[in-house]
Write a protein that binds this ligand. Sequence first.
Ligand code: MG
Length: 186
Amino acid sequence: MVIKTIGIDLDETLVKLYPALKKIYSYNKIKYVPVKTLDGKGIPDKVRIGIQEALKNPDVMCHLKLYPFVMEKLLYLKKVKKCKLVIVTSRHDDIKEQTLHWLHKRFPVVDDVIITPPLFKIKRDTLLKNKIDLWIDDNPIEIEDVMNDIPCIMISNRNTRYNHYLRHKVPFVQYFFQINLNPFSR
Ligand SMILES: [Mg+2]
């Protein structure tokens, strides 16, 4: 199997979302749910909505810093591995344009950007429609929804959200820059 097109999640995969939110908002509104509640149950919608509300603030968007060596890794995947790179992230409609503008400016190496509505389990259809060969995400809920149809890599930049069950089912790396495509080449 040859990986031609890689789909990549944005928040907490390429950029540090939570530190930016924490800086600006009361953490009560957006704090993590305990990892044990991620096993099969998902994050309550109210947590997700809290994040999206916070992201309507342009000041938050300007605080999204990249994880270390993200740009180097993206360049490697594009130039050395010759992959097409597509960022797939979810945002409310009212910050969609702003997010697209910011992403195109911040990630010129990426071939395409797709913004989906801020709902869980919505990425699978988008990824299939866009012929994504490999999906990279920090969110175990999205991984579990996608992994039967598309090979996945789960990352955990912060080592907080990974799901132990999934960790044995899909290639797992701690950091984005550790990703390699060897498990998928035959
Ligand atoms: Mg994410």
